[in-house]
Each structure stands twice: as structure tokens, then as C-alpha cells.
Design a binder for this molecule. Sequence first.
Ligand SMILES: Cc1ncc(COP(=O)(O)O)c(C=O)c1O
Length: 374
Amino acid sequence: MNLFDVYPLFDIEIVRGQGCCVWDAAGNEYLDLYGGHAVISVGHAHPRYVAAITDQLRKLGFYSNSVFNSLQQQLADRLGRVSGYDDYALFLINTGAEANENAIKLASFHNGKRRVVSFRCSFHGRTTAAVRVTDNPAIIAPVNEGMPVTFLSFDDPALVEDEFRKGDVSSLIIEGIQGVGGIRLPSDDFLRSLRELCTRYDVCLIVDEIQSGYGRSGRFFAHQWAGLRPDIITVAKGIANGFPMGAVLISPMFKPVHGMLGTTFGGNHLACAAAIAVLDIIAEERLVENAGRVGGYLMQELATLPGVKEVRGRGLMIGIEMEEPVKDIRRRLLFEQRVFTGVAGAHTIRLLPPLCLSEAEAEETIRRLRNVIA
Ligand SMILES: Cc1ncc(COP(=O)(O)O)c(C=O)c1O
């Protein structure tokens, strides 16, 4: 049987990782400024993380959501404390798309409305509702087209209010920082006006922190830079450092009803053990502060490199927009300088390293980038 060929692949197999480095099958070492697409939060093969999963696996890997699982409550307690959302409730699933799918559904259950407002260049996943609110017609199949959605531009609250006035908008979904769209930040003022408009027009405010959350921006959630509280927050990626997990943080205004949401695998014992270890490591190693500090240094240095048009982002979520297309730069970074990076569009390199990236590793990244673009 062949694999269904949907991914354009680099001809490299990564077989081992440690901290912010990975090694290929031939033994070459790479600096990981991509984090497996923003997934590796506390670093590859962190000993405490490995021990937590191994210990849990020896006891119990999985049992169903029909019985009490105290690990879920331990995770909720820690997440509430570290994120500042102690009064919210937690629903656990397996991926980012599922988190957004459930968020959109929950909003519609709550206010009985159907339409969703989303934004140009957004990416929210590939399941039915999540892909429908994603601004990329190429990945929307005819079967996904049912739910009414309106796409707007950032930073124009009047346009949002025009849509809300029509009375049929159930939720508005926005990324804390747009990732796939090229590391684009909604302004803090715009986010605050969305909060105010959503409250005024009974629209649920969903902030997708799947890529920008879990400390990556230098705050636990990127929207916390603007000082607002969404009704629903979605997370995944870094939550369990590579173990598949997603979550929805739900404000107290939503009332749960048995059977309203559900999942087989979500919140399983192994995923919870991984996610609890991640939060403990984030707190003990002060990784949110580290992301802010090292990210600030990186952004400052990147802006001085030749050929750089603009550096956007916060913390360790950085977009480097180059004057020239970046395909060749990324290829040379990978094969000559041994640095993994991400991309957005033709001109923007995306940096999404583990949150434990050290200043020395950031300096080394700049040195290798300079070798390629000087
Ligand atoms: C902002 C955002 N939302 C949702 C998703 C979808 O997450 P998943 O691939 O885990 O379904 C992604 C994935 O890249 C993302 O970046």
C-alpha cells in the first residue's frame, strides 16, 4: 500500500531530538526553529516529559470518558492557574481542528444562531466547520460549504458591527496571531473592540490560540497582550509537546448538558500525563518569559539582516518577510546550514521553535541565516 500523497516532503528523516536540536537518520544535527510546526513547546525528549508518559503507560494508557479520570481535573486545575482562566471549564479533544469544531458548535448551541464571522488569511483546521471558517477555498470541499460564513479584514470594527447588526451571527473566530496567514497580528485595540461588539450583539468571541497560545507569544495567550477575555479559547499543538491533544476553554456563561459534546480519545490518560508534565515544565523553567526574552532578541537581530522587508510577531512566533521569494533561502538553511524553519506564502519564513530556545541558539540561528542571505 502507498501513502496517500498529500504532503510535499523534504527528503530527510528525523529520528531523534533533544531540546531545540534534531538529528536525521544519517546523524546530521539540525537546529529546530520550526518545532514540528509549533508543536514542540518544552523541547524534544525532555526527561521529565518522557518519565511522565512512561510512568503513565506502565499504569494505564487509556480508558473511556464514561468513568472518572482524575488526571483531567489535575490538568484543568493547573491550566486554570497558569493561564489565569481558573473560572473557565475545560473540554478535551485530540486536535486543533476538533477544538475549533467544538467551539463553533458550542456557540451555536448557546445562542441558537448559525452564521460565523471569520477573517481573511485565517486558518482554523480541516474538519467541516473549522475548514469552512478558514480563508482558503482550495481546501474547502463542496460538502463543507453549508455553514454561512463571512470573511472580513482585520482592524475595521465598523465592518464587524455591520455584520452583527443583521442579527444572525453566532460566533466570531479569530487567531491570537495569524500563523499560516503569515504571522499577522490583529491590533490590541481591534481585539478589545471585538470583545465589546460581541457582548453587545450576543455573539460568542472565539480566540483560536492553537498556534499562538501556550506561552509562544511571551504571554500564556497572545490575546492577553490586549487584556481581554474571550468566551471560548481553543488550544492544541504545544499543549502536550507532540502527544496529540486539543482543548477548549469555556467561559462560565455556557451551561453544559450531558451528551452535548463528546469524544472517544479526548482527555485520555496518556495525553493528560503528557499535558500535565508540559505545564509543570513551562512553570518551572519559566518558558513563557524565555519565549518573550529570546524572541525579542531574535526579532531585533533579524530586522538588521540584508533583504529583510519586515519582521512580525511576538515572542517565539516570528515571521520574516523577505524582499525575494524564500524557497531557496529555506532550502539552503536546511541542507547547508542545518536549520529547520517554517514558511507562509512565497516571501515569509516562519520561526516557531521550542519555547526553551536559548540565547546562544538564537545567536547561532542568526549566524547561519546571515551565511545564507549575506
Ligand atoms: C491557528 C490554527 N488553528 C487550527 C489548526 C488546526 O490544528 P490541527 O492540525 O491540530 O487540526 C492549526 C494548525 O496549523 C492552526 O495553526
